[in-house]
Write a protein that binds this ligand. Structure first.
Ligand code: SF4
Length: 226
């Protein structure tokens, strides 16, 4: 299901193995990715929390961090990204859907809406890149439990790198405390995973963080992470 990436570049062919310290591993894999892919690396962050953006900027200062703005993000998410950029000097690039899209498709067809507002913008963001860095974590949901730190995304023809794959909520909280990172303003209202406002609800304590996404439907992913 997850083919592991390889490379013909001597010395950089094999990504670092996971150790028993996921935080150290995240820095190591980002530095490996930078050495391996240089400016062919695309980092995307959803800004549901500050972790990936801060980590990427710390490991690779000045790296461009792409936010896919579907047009339906919570206003709080846009504010949070701007505030982090201002506090930490992040280099954020916003990629938006095509401007002439039909509106309110989410009310009748969430698959088509996600395809037009998430999957297609990601495809454009990845053009010219060989590798894609994401904030995906195994602890996000049952469907992500087996996600590796590095694998080949055959659909998009890129090496997909998930530096936070092994991170738990405790790792995220510890990293935020260590770096004095702010919390997304909707977290204390029960939003554990931030997506688009029409499709995201708060979750009950102890539930999977992503269980509020497309709640009460069978949909669990938008199509970015297959
Ligand atoms: S999460 Fe909802 S509003 Fe956002 S792109 Fe998907 S269907 Fe559309």
């Amino acid at each position: 299901m997850y083919p592991v990436s390889s490379s013909s570049t001597p010395g950089l062919a094999t990504p670092p193995h996971e150790s028993d310290d996921p935080v150290i591993d995240a820095f190591r894999v980002l530095r490996w990715a930078s050495a391996r892919f240089d400016d062919q690396l695309c980092v995307t962050a959803s800004f549901g929390d500050a972790t990936l953006a801060h980590l990427a900027h710390s490991a690779l200062p000045g790296i461009e961090i792409t936010l896919l703005d579907t047009g339906y993000l919570f206003a709080e998410t846009e504010w949070f990204a701007e505030d982090l950029a201002s506090r930490h000097g992040l280099n954020i690039k916003i990629v938006r859907p095509e401007p002439d899209l039909e509106r309110n498709v989410w009310q009748s067809d969430t698959a088509a809406c996600c395809a037009a507002r998430k999957v297609d913008p990601l495809k454009r963001a990845l053009e010219g890149h060989q590798a894609w860095v994401t904030g995906l974590r195994r602890s996000d949901s049952e469907s992500r439990r087996a996600a590796p730190m590095v694998h080949d995304d055959l659909l998009r023809n890129v090496t997909k790198i998930n530096p936070l794959a092994a991170w738990t909520e405790a790792h995220v909280a510890g990293y935020a405390a260590a770096h004095d990172l702010p919390e997304h303003p909707l977290v204390d209202r029960g939003y554990e995973s931030l997506g688009c406002w029409p499709c995201t609800k708060p979750v009950a304590e102890g539930d999977d963080p992503r269980s509020g996404r497309w709640a009460n439907t069978t949909k669990t992913e938008c199509g970015l992470h297959l």
